[in-house]
Design a protein around this ligand. Structure first.
Ligand code: NAP
Ligand code: MG
Length: 398
């Protein structure tokens, strides 16, 4: 059989632990038998990050800017325990954080909908994609404890020394205070990423904030989205037959619960943090979720939403059989290959990505799945497969 050719290489970012094992199985059994894979390989495994003083992470992100599409394996974000376990010279930063800081942009997460794994919200028959702004607000806050009576003000000192002041509160007793910020440039990037992704996936875009209460801060988000939409996107949305819709965050939440899904929900940073956990839980499992970082410059990085599944890895090291769900990692590969195929005008590669996803879903729908899904499926008498046997079952369908 002749294999499908590629033009531009993918940026391939390998990772850690159980997902590193899954990564190799996917390549060997699901990709390279069918595709003449072209990739620029970066090993983001913790040992290589230590050896290169984390330079490899920066190189991988720079390569993504050059080549446009990346696929990333889950990686360890070191904590004190990992510093000891891997004998690290430094507690290296989160690779995802480093990559996001270089590429900028918005993370889109959508559940992978499959028959037999029913969402807890019965009306949700189509996926709901959460687009989370990843800069500022409470994640870059500044906080103080107020110990007693006194005045708290916001003070802005302009470059020329002029001061603008606003009273926050005259305290008569103890209390707390918090300052947060955001940047027009970051909100503009967030808006463009959302509009581009809506056009890419032909889905409506919903956005909600609290502009009635936060008349300057949240209102700025609303205004920037509307200005960019009117100036740059309204026509293309109309042509594609999709809508941009803004309303209060409370109203959005109520509408989401009543909806059938099938749209993108743009969330401010905190709303996205909280609501993505709600949506992913309602749809079943973190291992049944796609995740892609879309930069305002049009770079794409596909990944799984879950971590390196450390507990399963230690079982694997102890020689025990594991049943780790590879669906999110498979969809990271199919997403990246499809995007590469679209950009390079390779319909065969796009078609392969579709078939890889169909074979994965057909395997689950036939009752062959990993343990995490066996526990929640409505399919009678499912078969629990090992990590490798599940990938073999997909390969035989492919
Ligand atoms: P995790 O790897 O997501 O796993 C937490 C638990 O969720 C697992 O023990 C397992 O539950 C279940 N699970 C997650 N993915 C699964 C899958 N594919 N198949 C079956 N079950 C799955 O989170 P963690 O254990 O907290 O973190 C491990 C490492 O991952 C950490 O070092 C962290 O820094 C890193 N991490 C990386 C990323 C990323 O690179 N994107 C994201 C998050 C965390 P059971 O044990 O009950 O089976
Ligand atoms: Mg959260």
């Amino acid at each position: 059989m002749s294999r499908i050719a590629m033009k531009t290489p993918l940026v391939e970012m390998d990772g850690d632990e159980m997902t590193r094992i899954i990564w190799q199985l996917i390549k060997d059994k699901l990709i390279t038998p069918f595709v003449d894979l072209k990739s620029e390989y970066y090993d983001l495994g913790l040992e290589e990050r230590e050896r290169t003083a984390d330079a490899v992470t920066v190189e991988a992100a720079e390569a993504t800017k050059r080549l446009g599409v990346a696929v990333k394996c889950a990686t360890i974000t070191p904590n004190a325990a990992r510093v000891e376990e891997y004998n690290l010279s430094e507690m290296w930063k989160s690779p995802n954080g480093t990559i996001r800081a270089i590429l900028d942009g918005t993370v889109f997460r959508a559940p992978i909908v499959v028959k037999g794994i029913e969402p807890y919200v019965a009306a949700w028959t189509k996926p709901i994609t959460i687009a989370r702004h990843a800069y500022g607000d409470v994640y870059r806050n500044c906080e103080l404890t107020i110990d007693g009576p006194g005045k708290v003000e916001l003070v802005y000192t302009a470059a020329d020394g002029t001061e603008t002041r606003a009273l926050i509160h005259e305290f008569t007793g103890q209390g707390i205070v918090q300052g947060v910020h955001n940047l027009d440039a970051s909100i503009e990037g967030f808006a463009r990423s959302c509009f581009n992704f809506a056009l890419d996936t032909k889905q409506d875009l919903w956005f909600g904030a609290k502009d009635t209460i936060s008349k300057t801060y949240d209102h700025r988000f609303k205004d920037i989205f509307q200005e960019i939409f009117d100036a740059e996107y309204a026509e293309r949305f109309a042509k594609t037959g999709i809508e941009y819709f803004y309303t209060l965050i409370d109203d959005i939440v109520a509408r989401v619960m009543r909806s059938e899904g099938g749209f993108i929900w743009a969330c401010k940073n905190y709303d996205g943090d909280v609501m993505s956990d709600m949506v992913s839980t309602a749809f079943g499992s973190l291992a049944m979720m796609t995740s892609v970082l879309v930069s305002p410059d049009g770079y794409y990085e596909y990944e799984a939403a879950h971590g390196t599944v450390q507990r399963h890895y230690y079982k694997h090291l102890a020689g025990e059989e594991t049943s780790t769900n590879s669906v999110a990692t498979i969809f990271a590969w199919s997403g990246a290959l499809r995007k590469r195929g679209e950009l390079d005008e390779l319909p065969e590669l796009v078609g392969f990505a579709d078939r890889l996803e169909q074979a994965t879903l057909a395997t689950i729908e036939a009752g062959e799945m990993t343990g995490d899904l066996v526990a929640i499926t409505s399919i009678p008498n499912p078969t629990k497969l090992s990590t490798e046997a599940f990938i073999d079952a997909i390969a035989s369908r492919l």
